[in-house]
Design a binder for this molecule. Structure first.
Ligand code: F6P
Length: 548
């Protein structure tokens, strides 16, 4: 397939359409009954990951055709191009090398004549020195107080990754430190994050790849005022209470942060792929450099697997292909990600950016309108909470929603039999969604006839189960790399640029225009549509500003 051919113009696509038709009237019950080995043949294990695909609406022919499609779309070649540092982010003309962030020191990845792995490890060493100095108390605040609170200021990729990973690895964190995250430009975020904290013991890490993000810079300004208020306007305090993570040294210096306390990264790291770069500084301070290294090892292990495992056994590739199967051949609009771990409660939000900012695209690599559906909506919540909220819709609603369960065979710190109960629920939900409960079974168990239609669960709801031994920094790294490369796989099939995000620009531009229209105390000439004008007028009237 050449670069201008579309996946939906291929023979493999047609074969998959025929598969979808063939399987439309076949249930998971029938698929399991017809093949006693189904669970075994559709479960893969590699790198400590247990991936059960058997409760999906597919069979070995579907998988074969999906893998053929991946080959036809030259997935292997495109994976290699990413690892080689080709400028696969075509619309921004950038390499995409987050895999270099977790490459071991002796690996060589050349970009424009520079081995980027060397640079990555230099920054990692600087982060380690700084994290250690905060953790052991040798980095102190302006008046010599030990730092006890670390607040990350950032948004999008400069927030979601470190915040998710901090929550996920809380059990490995230094519990004497308070670690918080501020992202929203809503002042409530900063007020809540600083509530009860002593400025003299608080360190802010301002994370912004561009140093040009309105929310982050506004919050950083407000945080600086909070610090300066405490130190009676003495700007020399800023240097001890603020460090920066950015690619923009000038912006950082202009803010008043000493660039000696700036941790850099590179334009070849996309924001949503950045949390294991210096963007993870708050995380490293919380969990310590050793745990951070373990996280990188886990990520790297899956990188290597993604690069070298054959398509049929390649876990992230299969996850991506199964996602394409529902998205493009079954019309599924969303995917529910349901981690059975309280520590992973923030994972769906992180995955929303990863999937939806990467693959929510309407044109292909050549700028032509796509002829197929791109990214699904990602949503979810930690089990078992979701069971008492939205699972009703999964079991008896009218929508096809593929579910991804994530679980761990062992708890980090077992409390009685709670972990068994948690996992029993995860396994039970997958079983119930697949096989349901029929009218006859209900009748036999004495259900009143009038209730039977209400209680029937038709089943046939597809689920994938992803399991690891235990939630550790290493397995978290594996989990994240699985999803990153799954997103990559989908993007290759859909023929889109998974690494730009032009769609977020317009709203930012308009907000910049509207903000002075809200605050201006004189007459304003509003040139928006009638709805937007009315909203602005109402806001102005409530704040006593001239309006019509
Ligand atoms: O929302 C768009 C976006 O550019 C994201 O891709 C990025 O993660 C976020 O804004 C924050 O950007 P920055 O790190 O440059 O402040």
């Amino acid at each position: 397939m050449n670069d201008s051919q579309r996946a939906d113009d291929t023979a493999q696509w047609a074969a998959l359409e025929a598969d979808a038709e063939r399987l439309r009237s076949t249930s998971l019950r029938e698929l399991f009954a017809a093949d006693p080995d189904r669970a075994k043949s559709l479960t893969l294990e590699a790198e400590g990951v247990y991936l059960d695909l058997s409760k999906n609406l597919l069979d070995s022919d579907v998988l074969r055709h999906l893998c053929d499609l991946a080959r036809t779309c030259r997935l292997e070649e495109k994976i290699e191009a990413m690892f080689r540092g080709d400028r696969i982010n075509v619309s921004e003309d950038r390499a995409v090398l987050h895999v270099a962030l977790r490459a071991p020191q002796d690996q060589v990845i050349m970009l424009d004549g520079i081995n980027v792995v060397t640079e990555v490890h230099e920054v990692l060493r600087a982060m380690e020195r700084f994290a250690t100095s905060v953790r052991d108390g040798s980095w102190v605040g302006y008046n010599g107080h030990r730092i006890r609170n670390v607040i990350n200021i950032g948004i999008g990729g400069s927030d979601l990754g470190p915040a998710m990973a901090y929550e996920a690895l809380r059990a490995y964190s230094d519990r004497s430190l308070t670690v918080r995250f501020i992202s929203n430009v809503d002042g409530a975020d900063l007020l809540e994050a600083t509530n009860g904290l002593d400025p003299a013991e608080t360190l802010f890490i301002v994370c912004s790849k561009s140093w040009n993000t309105q929310e982050t810079l506004t919050n950083a300004d407000a945080a600086r005022s909070w610090i300066l208020k405490h130190f009676e306007g003495d700007t020399a305090a800023v240097e001890r209470h603020f460090v920066a993570v950015s690619t923009n040294a000038q912006g950082v210096a202009d803010f008043g942060i000493n660039t000696d306390n700036m941790f850099g990264f590179w334009d070849w790291v996309g924001g949503r792929y950045s949390f294991e770069s210096a963007v993870g500084l708050s995380l490293m301070i919380a969990i310590g450099p050793e745990n951070f290294s373990a996280l990188l090892r886990g990520l790297h292990r899956i990188d290597e697997h993604f690069r070298s495992a054959p398509i049929e056994k390649n876990l992230p590739v299969l996850l991506g292909l199964v996602s394409v199967w529902y998205n493009n051949f079954h019309g599924a609009q969303s995917v529910a990600v349901l981690p059975y771990s309280r520590y992973l409660w923030d994972l769906p939000a992180y995955l929303q950016q990863l999937e939806m900012e990467s693959n929510g695209k309407h044109v292909d690599l050549h700028g032509e309108t796509v002829s197929l559906q791109t990214a699904p909506v990602i949503w979810g919540a930690a089990g078992t909470n979701g069971q008492h909220a939205f699972y009703q819709l999964l079991h008896q609603g009218t929508k096809l929603i593929p579910v991804e369960f994530i679980g761990f065979f062992r708890a980090i710190e077992p409390l009685g039999e709670q972990h068994e109960l948690l996992m029993a629920n995860m396994f039970a939900q997958a079983e119930a969604l697949a096989f349901g409960r029929g009218a006859e079974e209900l009748r036999l168990s004495g259900s009143p006839e009038s209730q039977i239609p209400h209680r029937v669960c038709l089943g046939n709801h597809p689920t994938t189960s992803i399991l690891f031994d235990q939630l550790t920094p290493e397995t978290l790294g594996e989990l994240i790399a699985l999803y990153e490369h799954r997103v990559f796989t989908e993007g290759v099939i859909w023929g889109i640029d998974s690494f730009d995000q032009w769609g977020v620009e317009l709203g930012k531009v308009l907000a910049k225009k509207i903000e002075p229209e809200l605050t201006d105390t004189g007459e304003v000439d509003l040139q928006h549509d009638s709805s937007t004008n009315a909203l602005i007028e109402r806001y102005r009237s409530i704040h006593g500003r001239p309006h019509h």
